[in-house]
Design a binder for this molecule. Structure first.
Ligand code: ATP
Ligand code: MG
Length: 255
C-alpha cells in the first residue's frame, strides 16, 4: 500500500549540527502517528521538512500520494493539503480570531465591474465561528483580537484553523503545550475527528499519556536518528521512555 505522505532518507544539518540523519517516515490516511523524542532529537526539524519550511539536504525525498514532491515554501505544501501547526504557532496577535482563521485565504466581496472588493468580514466571521465550533474548539468570539485571548485559547484557534483547512495531512507540533486538562482533551478530540475524516495526523508531543491516548503508531527519534517505528500498542510508557533515552532498542529503527 502506498503511504499517504512519506519522507524517504531525509537529512538536515544546521551548520555542523546534524539535526536529522537519513530518516524514513510515513503516515497513512486515517492514521495518527506520534513523533516522539527528547529535546533536540530532531522532531521539529522533521516537521519543518514535511511542512515545506525547510528543504531536506541532498538525497532526501518527499512523496505525497505516491508522487515525488518538493516544496519551495510552506505555502506549496498547504496548497497540496498539508496543514501544519508549528511549535510556536503563527497567529497574528493584532488580528481577530476570524481574520486569523482566514489568514492568507481571505474572502472578498465582489467589487464594481467584477474587481475584488472589500474583505467579506461578516461571512468570514460566521464561517470561522462555525468551523471552530464544528471541530469542537471553544473560543470566546470570532470577532475578538487574538492578543486578548489566553495562551490556551490562542492555541485552540491555531489548532482549529489547521484542522479546518487540512485536506490530506495535519501536523501538530506540541499542540497541547500551555493547555489545561480540559482544553487538552478538546485537542485530542479534534485529533480523533481528523482521523475519522481520513486525514493523516502527525502528533509531536512530550506528554506521553496523550501519545498513548490517540496515536496508532509511534516513531521515536534520538539525536537525529529514527530509533523505533512500531504500533503504539507494542509500547508501554516505560518502554517508550527507555527507547527515547537510548536505554533500550525497539523494532523499526535504523536506516
Ligand atoms: N535553526 C537552527 N539552527 C541551528 N541548530 C538548530 C536549529 N534548529 C534546531 N537546531 C538543532 O537541531 C537539533 C534538533 O532540533 P529540533 O528543534 O528539531 O528538536 P526537537 O526534537 O523538536 O526538540 P524539542 O523537543 O526541544 O522541541 C538540535 O540539536 C537543535 O539545537
Ligand atoms: Mg521541537
Amino acid at each position: 500500500m502506498t503511504a499517504l505522505y512519506e519522507a524517504v532518507g531525509v537529512s538536515k544539518s544546521y551548520g555542523s549540527v546534524a539535526a536529522l540523519s537519513n530518516v524514513d517516515f510515513h503516515v497513512d490516511a486515517g492514521e495518527v502517528v506520534g513523533l516522539v523524542g527528547d529535546n533536540g532529537a530532531g522532531k521539529s526539524t522533521l516537521v519543518k521538512i514535511l511542512s515545506g519550511a525547510h528543504k531536506p539536504d541532498g538525497g532526501g525525498r518527499l512523496v505525497l500520494d505516491g508522487e515525488d514532491r518538493s516544496w519551495d515554501s510552506p505555502h506549496d505544501a498547504l496548497e497540496s493539503g498539508i496543514e501544519t501547526l508549528y511549535q510556536d504557532s503563527g497567529l497574528a496577535p493584532h488580528l481577530t480570531v476570524s481574520a486569523n482563521v482566514f489568514l492568507g485565504r481571505e474572502e472578498f466581496k465582489p467589487g464594481l465591474l467584477g474587481k475584488l472588493g472589500f474583505l467579506a468580514e461578516k461571512s468570514m466571521a460566521a464561517k470561522s465561528a462555525a468551523e471552530l465550533d464544528r471541530v469542537g474548539i471553544a473560543v470566546p468570539s470570532a470577532g475578538r483580537a487574538v492578543s486578548q485571548l489566553s495562551g490556551g485559547q490562542r492555541q485552540a484557534v491555531a489548532i482549529g484553523r489547521a484542522v479546518a483547512w487540512a485536506r490530506k495531512v495535519i501536523i501538530l507540533d506540541e499542540p497541547t503545550n500551555h493547555l489545561g486538562a480540559r482544553q487538552s482533551q478538546e485537542v485530542l478530540g479534534v485529533i480523533r475527528q481528523a482521523k475519522r475524516k481520513g486525514l493523516g495526523v502527525i502528533l509531536v508531543s512530550h506528554t506521553l499519556p496523550h501519545i498513548f491516548e490517540v496515536t496508532d503508531r509511534c516513531v521515536v527519534l534520538r539525536l537525529g536518528e529514527k530509533v523505533a517505528d512500531a504500533p503504539t500498542s507494542e509500547f508501554t510508557p516505560d518502554l517508550l521512555v527507555k527507547t527515547l533515552t537510548g536505554i533500550t532498542t525497539m523494532p523499526g529503527g535504523g536506516g
